[in-house]
Design a protein around this ligand. Structure first.
Ligand code: ZN
Length: 371
């Protein structure tokens, strides 16, 4: 397991480098146990990996949904190099060790042990390891559109993201908006001949300061939040800017409709245009993931809790590809090794014993639903 994890970390599957290399390593590993993986490759080096372990089909299938990509190492200094997978004190360090190559190694180990033991399963297992979870969920979306009609009926979807073995059934959604104001360039010495896009953006910012998104607070996830996190405008000190952009990170709770928020922005722009006919702005969705809310009372969640011997479910602040897989109509549970607070930070690590523990849990889950 350690050797495989090290190789997966060394494959450096950032969005920039792509997921193909890491998909090929996993495919080779699966091949050793006679499991056939399909690599769906697009662009230069983007890739999803899909394994379908067929059964007699007496029971509904289980889908394990992972992601192959990692976030870049960032600016801060690492004590352990980000892409070497060094071992120290029972931990393996490296970008993606926790998020989520440790989880991938654990589910692969569980599958291998089940296949090698010659167990006959009554339901299929599908493992997908998708591209781009950290950027635009391109891999999950592509898998859903290619496989939606080909999949057997699913009992549930398990996402081996790092939850430190908490059973997560809810998280907030994410809506990233870009607002762009348009003006008219002019020489800086004759501003009256232009329309200043930065001044237009000031009007937007003033409105947004008083704008409150309407939502029903969620008992576990709390409220919806909005933060304006980037701004860019203007090209030169002597040119009236014709463009200004801001980036806004909105986190939503279950029940909110993202389109309503976009419409609120358009209403704000219409109001500003009424006051000043030269005002011009547009809003774009840069990225969105719906909130996740799996029914804790459903049979799948109850059986899942009983199989792993953990009574309670949790809600978390981070988002996953879960809502994309929820489109398939089966309950989604996020459960895996590794601590979420080491993710996306320098010296990300995973405890080796946690990977072993996760493999045992995944075996228990597979046997409970498919034996
Ligand atoms: Zn992740």
């Amino acid at each position: 397991m350690k050797k495989l994890l090290r190789k997966l970390i060394q494959a450096e599957s950032t969005a920039e480098k792509g997921e193909l290399a890491v998909a090929e390593i996993i495919s080779q590993e699966l091949g050793r146990t006679g499991m056939d993986a399909q690599i769906d490759n697009w662009g230069r080096d983007r890739a999803n990996l899909v394994v379908h372990i067929k059964s007699a089909g007496q029971r509904c299938a289980l889908l394990f949904a992972c992601h192959l990509d990692v976030v870049p190492p960032g600016e801060a200094q690492w004590k352990y190099p980000a892409f070497e997978g060094l071992e120290s004190n029972g931990k393996i360090y490296g970008r993606g060790s926790a998020d989520m190559k440790g989880g991938i190694v654990a589910i692969l180990a569980a599958l291998r042990q089940i296949i090698e033991a010659g167990m006959k399963l009554k339901g299929d297992i599908i493992l997908v390891a998708a591209a781009g979870e950290e950027t635009d969920s391109c891999g999950a979306k592509r898998f859903i559109s290619n496989y939606k009609d080909k999949l057997p009926t699913l009992a549930g979807v398990v996402i081996p993201e790092p939850t430190d073995f908490k059973i997560v059934t809810a998280h907030r959604g994410m809506l990233w908006l870009e607002v762009a104001t348009k003006g008219k360039a002019a020489h800086g010495s004759t501003p009256e001949l232009g329309v200043n896009a930065i001044i237009s953006m000031k009007a937007v910012l003033d409105e947004l300061e008083n704008y409150k998104i309407v939502f029903e607070p969620h008992e576990l996830l709390g409220g919806c939040s909005m933060s304006i996190n980037t701004i860019a405008g203007g090209k030169a000190m002597n040119v009236v800017p014709d463009k200004c952009r801001i980036g806004i990170d909105i986190r939503t709770v279950p029940g909110q409709n993202h389109q309503d928020i976009v419409e609120n922005f358009q209403e704000i722009f219409a109001k500003l245009k009424q006051k000043n006919p030269k005002f011009d702005a547009e809003v774009f969705i840069v990225r969105e993931v719906e909130a996740l809310q799996t029914d804790n009372g459903c049979g799948f969640v109850k059986e899942f809790c009983s199989a792993v011997g953990i009574g309670e479910t949790k809600a978390v602040g981070f988002t996953t590809d879960g809502p994309h897989f929820a489109i398939l109509g089966a309950p989604v549970v996020i459960f895996g090794p590794g601590k979420s607070d080491v993710c996306h930070k320098p010296d990300e690590y995973i405890e080796i014993s946690d990977i072993e523990k996760a493999a045992e849990y995944y075996k228990k889950i597979i046997l409970r639903f498919l034996a």
